[in-house]
Design a protein around this ligand. Structure first.
Ligand code: FPP
Length: 242
């Protein structure tokens, strides 16, 4: 179990896929008169604590927005700092293979340096057979970009005569997303007081429950996650039915 004090029992109903938008690192650092990059370092520590906790309590799939297609607009210092944290995590993740967590990087990997891209692919290949939990890390990820890519892949199949246009269903689109093997998001968590989903898994969140919190991401420890889990368990999900 994670060491942070957890002040609530777990609810009976747990989500299958929890998505996390790790927001508020910059503000967390600013409040401490520290550079934004310090906030990301602390945010990465929280990420690791939440991953461990989710595995301990039996969540099957978790995903994290680590770097969006828009985040390249940030200063080169900040982009480099986030890339370094990701690279460090890739190395560290190898030491935790005993935990049997499958790791998948979702997003357009072609924008990354070749060595980093290879490291990501290698971790994906080496964890492919693990089924305790799946950890999806969204890197150079954008929901619209993902759907655009799916449209291209499907169009190509139609053009090559491999798919009939009338056979295109919602499942066809889902099957061409980065997340084709994984369940839709059940619970999307965004800390830091922002009330938007910022292009995160927009297709997969169609029926997700949203949980917003004012806590900044570095402080979003397992006790905060438990509050979100209780909120989720108390909701009635109807998926458009009655
Ligand atoms: C958003 O907060 C956070 C990011 C764009 C980066 C998140 C990256 C990490 C936590 C580290 C690397 C990830 C892994 C998986 C090791 P913000 O900086 O926009 O916060 P602000 O709104 O307060 O400025």
């Amino acid at each position: 179990m994670a060491k942070d004090k957890i002040d609530m029992e777990l609810p009976e109903v747990l989500p299958e896929h929890i998505g996390f938008i790790m927001d508020g690192n910059g503000r967390w650092a600013k409040k401490r008169l520290m550079p934004r990059t310090f906030g990301h370092v602390e945010g990465a520590k929280t990420f690791e604590k939440i991953v461990r906790y989710c595995r301990d309590i039996g969540i099957k799939c978790i995903s994290f927005y680590a770097f969006s297609t828009e985040n390249w607009k940030r200063s080169s210092e900040e982009v480099t700092a986030i890339m370094n944290l990701l690279s460090q995590y890739i190395v560290k993740a190898r030491e935790h293979f005993v935990e049997e967590t499958r790791i998948v990087f979702v997003g357009d990997k072609s924008a990354f340096p070749e060595d980093m891209r290879q490291q990501m692919i290698s971790v994906e290949n080496d964890t492919r057979h693990f089924d305790k939990m799946t950890l999806l890390i969204a890197v150079n990820y954008g929901g619209r970009d993902e759907i655009k890519n799916a449209a291209k892949l499907i169009s190509r199949k139609v053009k090559e005569g491999k798919l009939d246009i009338d056979d295109i269903t919602e499942e066809t689109v889902s099957e061409h997303l980065y997340t084709s093997e994984f369940p839709d998001v059940d619970l999307l968590i965004r800390p830091s007081g922002e009330l938007r989903i910022s292009n995160y898994m927009i297709w997969q969140c169609a029926y997700a429950e949203f949980y917003f919190s004012d806590v900044l991401w570095p402080d979003f420890l397992p006790g905060e996650l438990n509050k979100a889990l209780h909120s989720y368990a108390a909701r009635s999900r109807r998926f458009g039915g009655v």
